[in-house]
Design a protein around this ligand. Structure first.
Ligand SMILES: Cc1cc2nc3c(=O)[nH]c(=O)nc-3n(C[C@H](O)[C@H](O)[C@H](O)COP(=O)(O)OP(=O)(O)OC[C@H]3O[C@@H](n4cnc5c(N)ncnc54)[C@H](O)[C@@H]3O)c2cc1C
Length: 487
């Protein structure tokens, strides 16, 4: 069986890794991976400054870590022999601030993502006005509400906690994760747990408290039977940067099957097989090379272009998935700590504050072992759904904007010794209202196209772990399908 993989981001690489493992186990599977750009890893890219060694500092140009609770990334790292290089986030210092005017206000204790669960910290926080705090208390009286259709995250949060909670919580938290706009993002796709809690309990706070009680009981039962699990950090990363994961996967693949600078322009069906069409002037001769199956692991807008000639309805659905662009600005300073930095991982900036920055992470605190002693690394995240114009600005302008905002917010006037700016155009899929229904329509079209799979951040989770799960899953499904048709 021959399988083509289009796209060499982590989703495509995970698919290739799975196929390589299958091949080495003796199953007759061949694969070829085509990547448009000059390097593999997609948006995962790290830079090691003054390394390797004790003096090194890791800068992450794209993602900086994976969520520990989603297992696929850590499992893959362990399989690749990177278990000893996994680095836990420094959760003892895990405090996040929200910018309100020129003040940084800590998220109140007991906040479970968007849901307040502790009375006193919520009553005392400077993040919300008294009308919002009273509303948060009265939210406990919300009756259960069946969900008939999708709605925006902003609509769901506003119904429970009011507009201020949308502006100061939902918007900054979601733009920090998705570069997205809570008024556009789907409650069903982005906050399925909240939708479930509202259906069952009415009040999100009541539902969350019930979940916490159940978890505490389960923990007590486990500890009485001697099975106490070690507490997990919220985030995990790799000692030398996430690029280590990319390099380790690539190291397991057969280099002759990896084709860089090979943008694919389209796909076509040839009987029961698939042919790839090289983008104009490149990857010539591909059309004679037939595959039994294809994994399209590109962003959905690129998948739409690839599949236009195969299934126009599918291409239209894929093309309808919106994307946002973002920019990371890594600033490395000489000086272990700046007095003005509040004690925590960083801060989020609500859109209503009208700033370019969406978030700023104090990376030397989040993962202390990755920054050289005596250095400080701040990482600003700009762009997002409402500020895409920034992408066209020069490095000088972006540096000036970020330094000005850091001065106004943190009073940092000292010049960084190094600045790394990375633009990620149309890289982050936005799960807009109706995303789940779109997913079903996409799956229905795919069921008519044997041998075709989609993987990547546009479908069922935007995190690195999700993309690994989807890439490996697509590869496994194709191998299983082929085995069952042969049997
Ligand atoms: C700035 C930023 C920060 C993030 N932070 C985090 C984080 O901290 N934790 C986390 O879990 N997730 C984070 N994410 C999300 C996560 O990193 C991505 O969703 C994930 O890495 C995407 O992987 P992918 O393989 O789906 O896509 P990509 O990485 O976008 O790779 C797709 C590849 O397809 C190639 N391609 C496109 N069209 C073609 C074509 N026609 N022919 C051949 N190749 C093509 C592209 O060149 C690209 O290399 C972040 C994302 C960004 C942008």
């Amino acid at each position: 069986m021959r399988i083509a993989i289009i796209g060499g981001g982590i989703a495509g690489l995970a698919a290739a890794y799975e196929l390589e493992k299958t091949r080495q186990s003796g199953v007759p599977v061949e694969y070829e991976l085509y990547e448009a750009g000059p390097r593999l890893g997609g948006v995962i890219a790290s830079m090691v400054v003054n390394g390797p060694g004790a003096e090194q500092t890791v800068l992450e140009l794209g993602p900086d870590s994976f969520l520990t609770e989603k297992p696929a990334a850590i499992e893959l790292c362990r399989e690749l022999g990177l278990g000893d290089d996994l680095v836990r986030s420094n959760d003892a210092e895990r405090k996040t601030f929200i910018l309100v005017g020129k003040r940084l206000v800590a998220l109140p204790d007991g906040l479970m993502f968007l849901v307040p669960t502790k009375l006193l910290p919520t009553a005392l926080t400077g993040l919300f006005s008294w009308p919002t705090k009273i509303r948060m208390g009265l939210e406990l009286l919300h009756p259960p509400r069946p969900h008939v259709g999708d709605e925006s995250v902003a609509a769901l949060v506003k119904r429970h906690y009011g507009q201020e909670a949308v502006d100061r919580l939902a918007d900054p938290l979601l733009s920090g994760i998705y570069g997205g706009d809570s008024a556009q993002l789907s409650a069903q796709a982005v906050l399925p747990r909240m939708v479930e809690l509202e259906t069952k309990y009415g009040s999100l706070t009541k539902g969350m408290l019930a979940g916490m009680r159940a978890a505490a009981q389960a923990k007590a039962a486990a500890s009485s039977s001697g099975k106490v699990a070690e507490p997990r950090p919220l985030f995990t990363t790799l000692r030398n940067g996430l690029q280590q994961l990319v390099d380790a996967v690539v190291g397991r693949l057969d280099a002759s099957r990896l084709h860089l600078q090979s943008p694919i322009g389209g796909l076509s069906r040839v009987g029961a097989q698939w042919a790839l069409v090289g983008a104009e002037g490149v990857a010539e001769g591909l059309a004679e090379d037939l595959f039994d199956a294809v994994i399209v692991a590109t962003p959905a807008w690129s998948a739409a272009n690839l599949l236009g000639g195969v299934d126009s309805a599918l291409a239209e659905e894929l093309g309808g998935i919106p994307y946002s662009s973002s920019i990371t600005v890594n600033l490395m300073y000489d000086g272990a700590e700046f007095d003005a930095l509040p004690p925590g991982f960083g801060f989020l900036v609500p859109v209503v504050e009208g700033r370019a920055m969406l978030a700023c992470t104090f990376l030397h605190r989040k993962f202390p072992g990755r920054t050289a002693v005596g250095k400080t690394v701040l990482r600003a995240f700009l762009g997002g759904a409402r500020n895409a114009g920034l992408l066209a600005e020069s490095d000088e302008v972006l540096t000036r904007i970020v330094r000005k905002e850091l001065f106004e917010i943190l009073q940092i006037s000292v010049a960084p010794e190094r600045v790394e700016i990375t633009r990620w155009p149309r890289a982050m899929a936005q799960y807009a209202v109706g995303h789940k229904d779109r997913q079903i329509r996409i799956q229905n079209r795919l069921s008519e196209l044997p041998g075709l799979r989609l993987a990547g951040n546009a479908y069922d989770g935007i995190g690195i772990s999700d993309c690994i799960r989807l890439g490996r899953g697509a590869a496994r499904e194709l191998v299983a399908e082929n085995t069952s048709t042969r049997a």
